[in-house]
Design a protein around this ligand. Structure first.
Ligand code: PAF
Length: 297
């Protein structure tokens, strides 16, 4: 397949014009592609006539002590993974930092508001503002009808949806379920940083999600779900950043509220910060109605 690799606005505009009249979906990535990204590309292909994949490690979303410098970059490898998937006329847009931010750090940025200040936003101040700023720029540049994101970054998806709603953007946001290794670990470019021992310990993240799910199924309520996940995760990791049960606006579910929710968590294993989440439904049952072996766990 001949996919066009373009690095600047002129090349991108030419490649998009050549796609003609059909619909277009964009998959935005920071490279270091894995099967999770490829699932996004497949979904984009199901939804639209043409696909644009972007590869850009966005400095604006990294904090001063984060892994911007060591973030894996290998465009040739990314291209080799995409080539068997993409069709003629699909486009890979891989701009430089100077191409995306020709005037240096932008003066005007997008604020993620409240959603950018809690959980991921609380741990990584400015992160979601940086994400939304580059997502908006990439939407303008790639002009898609559909943008496909991974549900693994649930708070990012919620922030993008809020931006699309609040800023009247004419794009549909599609979220694709998290892709996991056989042992359950969510695929992430950052898994490459884990030693074999750390990778085994990282399974506590998925163990915590499963414990939370079980607690929810047994009617434990938001507090019980949180406690069940915490019990599994806390002893296994170097630092536990948060375990929370949130609604679709990323507001923590009150203990007396039932409904659809997402159990989200973040922790550091070794020196690698990992996040994961699972959707669940909180339906409290009185303690006496719950099976004894599951109460609190
Ligand atoms: O999810 C990511 O890889 C990034 O946050 C994104 C959406 C490509 C913006 O840089």
């Amino acid at each position: 397949m001949t996919i066009e690799v373009v690095h600047d606005r002129t090349g991108l505009d030419r490649a998009l014009d050549a796609q003609g009249t059909g619909s277009r979906a964009v998959v935005m990535t920071m490279g270091a592609l894995h099967a999770g990204h490829l699932a996004l590309v497949r979904r984009a292909q199901e939804l639209a006539d043409h696909v644009v994949v972007t590869v850009f490690v966005n400095p604006l979303q990294f904090g001063p002590t984060e892994d911007l410098a060591r973030y894996p970059r290998d465009l040739a490898r990314d291209l080799a993974l995409l080539e068997p998937l993409l069709a003629d006329g699909d486009v890979l847009f891989a701009p430089s930092v100077a191409e995306m931010y020709p005037f240096g750090d932008p003066t005007v940025t997008v604020s993620a508001g409240r959603i950018g200040e809690v959980l991921e936003g609380g741990q990584r101040p400015g992160h979601l503002d940086g994400v939304l700023t580059v997502v908006l720029k990439l939407l303008h540049r790639t002009r898609p009808q559909i943008a496909v994101f991974g549900q693994k970054d649930a708070q990012q998806v919620a922030a993008v949806r809020a931006m699309v709603r609040d800023l009247d953007l004419a794009v549909r946001v599609e979220a694709v379920p998290t892709v996991r290794d056989d042992d359950g670990l969510a695929l992430s470019s950052r898994n490459a940083y884990l030693s074999p021992g750390q990778r085994t310990r990282a399974l506590a993240l998925v163990g915590a999600l499963r414990a939370g799910e079980r607690a929810a199924q047994h009617g434990a309520g938001a507090d019980g779900v949180r406690a069940a996940a915490y019990e599994v995760l806390a002893p296994a990791v170097e630092r536990l950043d948060y375990v929370e049960v949130v609604d679709d606006a990323f507001v923590p579910l009150r203990p007396d509220v039932d409904g659809p929710a997402t159990l989200v968590l973040a922790a550091v294993v070794g020196t690698t910060r990992l996040i994961d989440n699972v959707p669940l439904t909180v339906t409290r049952r009185p303690v006496e109605a719950r099976p004894a072996d599951t109460i609190g766990g």
